[in-house]
Write a protein that binds this ligand. Structure first.
Ligand SMILES: Nc1ncnc2c1ncn2[C@@H]1O[C@H](COP(=O)(O)OP(=O)(O)O)[C@@H](O)[C@H]1O
Ligand SMILES: [Mg+2]
Length: 284
């Protein structure tokens, strides 16, 4: 089902965080949203998931106006578009398996949820999700004892348990080292390619967006200033996305790349060569 944002706007007082964003996102796309800090990326994703309410505009999934949902229909929507956060948002003291099973809560009756009873099928589904992400051996560990990369994989397994139609990821690799960043981005790619699920991910680095996303949306000051394929993202477009913020500061390489030194603007348009260069062997 196609997904559309029409004139989506969110104001905080006099500050317009997201300013009249209109986008069509066909089912099954892998979309990267880039832009400097404060551009409105998180607010955009949070509105889609209805963690934040729009000031105006609409969010349309097929014929449904998501911005008007409430109650059970709203909870169903939040199940359908699973959210992944920079800081994982797991329950650290609960074991990994239970954290993953929590993704199932919106599929269940309140009574069963309160009793925390999961069926055998749900447990098998959770283990299969953990296996898919290569972390089944952590199932009985407290989630808080895992490395950041492992925790983000648990969060992805939890998202899969929601049987989502869409996955929204807000800077999912911003807290990870390059090797774990690659593992997490590869997992998102696999969900997109193998399961056909639409993925919309905010990314703080340009090279990751180029390497993983078929479509890149560039935001600046709440507006969409670029929307196209990675090969259309020229130095001029990059300049427009990152070139100036509300305070007029210039491009800072830390916000466009974790692995490439950006000096001449021309480099920005060149395809990223090696996004990830793991310096350490994979940790089991
Ligand atoms: N809850 C909030 N209250 C007030 N202002 C907010 C809130 N959330 C975001 N903003 C403001 O909205 C703008 C966009 O923020 P955000 O969506 O977090 O951008 P990004 O994710 O691109 O860094 C910023 O100016 C930010 O300060
Ligand atoms: Mg953000």
């Amino acid at each position: 089902m196609d997904f559309r944002l029409v004139g989506l706007t969110r104001r905080f007082g006099s500050n317009t965080a997201v300013d009249s964003v209109t986008l069509d996102i066909p089912a099954g796309q892998m979309v990267g949203v880039i832009g400097r800090s404060g551009a409105g990326k998180s607010t955009l994703l949070r509105m889609i998931n209805r963690l934040a309410d729009p000031t105006s505009g609409s969010i349309l999934f097929g014929d449904v106006d998501v911005s008007k949902l409430h109650g059970k229909a709203l909870r169903n929507w939040q199940r359908d578009c699973a959210m992944i956060f920079q800081q994982f948002n797991l329950v650290p003291r609960l074991d990994v398996l239970t954290n993953v099973l929590l993704g199932r809560l919106n599929h269940r009756s309140t009574a069963l949820s309160l009793l925390n009873i999961f069926t055998r099928e749900e447990r098998l589904m959770a283990i299969a999700a953990l296996e898919r992400l290569g972390i089944e051996q952590t199932a009985l560990q407290a989630a808080g004892t895992l490395s950041g990369g492992q925790q983000q994989r648990v969060a992805i397994a939890r998202a899969l348990m929601q049987s989502p139609k869409m996955v929204l990821a807000d800077e999912p690799i911003a807290s990870l080292d390059p090797l774990n960043a690659k593992i997490v981005m590869d997992a998102l790619r696999s969900i997109n390619e193998n399961d056909g699920i639409t993925v919309i991910t905010n990314l703080h680095t340009l090279d990751t967006a180029r390497n993983y996303c078929e479509r890149i949306i560039g935001m600046a000051r709440g507006r969409v200033v670029f929307d196209g394929r990675p090969d259309e993202l020229t130095a001029t477009a990059v300049q427009e996305i990152y070139g100036s913020d509300r305070d007029g500061a210039g491009i800072d390489e830390t916000m466009t790349s974790t692995s490439i030194t950006l000096s001449p603007a021309a480099d920005l348009a060149a395809p990223a060569s090696a996004d990830f260069r793991p310096a350490v062997p994979a940790k089991a």
